[in-house]
Design a protein around this ligand. Structure first.
Ligand code: ADP
Length: 163
């Protein structure tokens, strides 16, 4: 049986933490769908198209990974794309309560949908898209957080916003 899983998120923008989870999932499952969701922050830094483009540039060359834009419920999106499990990264205990609630809700909505948690790599446990944006807004070095191509896009966006 072929396994298809979905890695959902806002990816605003993609970080080394996301890339680590997606890469590890691609070694464990036959097909990995990276689902970029519009919801999350009301005012994302990057549009859906930009976030998809950044993911294509960073994980697009992994043969069994496909990046898609998703609208609406994750449980429905997983069904539409034939995913039998959701893969989420767990950074700290603070992530757990929300993630557990989402996993149970998704299973209620789609009883065939399981959630698999991958422990974050120790070097990325502190890392989130919000932290990256915050550091960048204050002119800090984000080269340890995001790939070089994304790094430049973030600073370009901040420069444009400040003009
Ligand atoms: P969401 O807003 O849905 O949490 P994110 O873009 O923040 O979306 O995260 C997408 C997925 O990547 C989630 O499963 C999240 O736990 C995981 N993730 C984010 N940052 C890291 C990290 N530093 N290490 C491991 N997993 C991470």
């Amino acid at each position: 049986m072929h396994s298809t899983v979905i890695c959902p998120g806002s990816f605003d923008p993609v970080t080394f933490g996301h890339i680590d989870i997606i890469t590890r999932a691609s070694r464990m499952f036959d097909h990995v769908i990276v689902g970029v969701f519009a919801n999350g922050e009301k005012h994302p830094m990057f549009s859906m198209e930009e976030r998809i483009d950044f993911l294509q540039r960073t994980v697009g060359d992994i043969p069994n990974v496909k990046v898609i834009g998703c609208d609406g419920l994750l449980a429905q999106c997983a069904k539409d794309f034939g995913a039998s499990a959701v893969v989420r990264g767990l950074r700290a205990v603070s992530d757990f309560e929300y993630e557990f609630q989402m996993a149970l809700t998704n299973r209620k909505l789609n009883p065939e949908l399981d959630t698999v948690f991958l422990a974050s790599d120790a070097s990325y446990t502190y890392l989130s898209s919000s932290i990256v944006k915050n550091v960048a807004y204050h002119g800090g070095d984000i080269s340890n957080f995001v790939p070089a191509c994304i790094h430049d896009e973030i600073f370009k966006r901040i420069y444009i916003e400040r003009k």
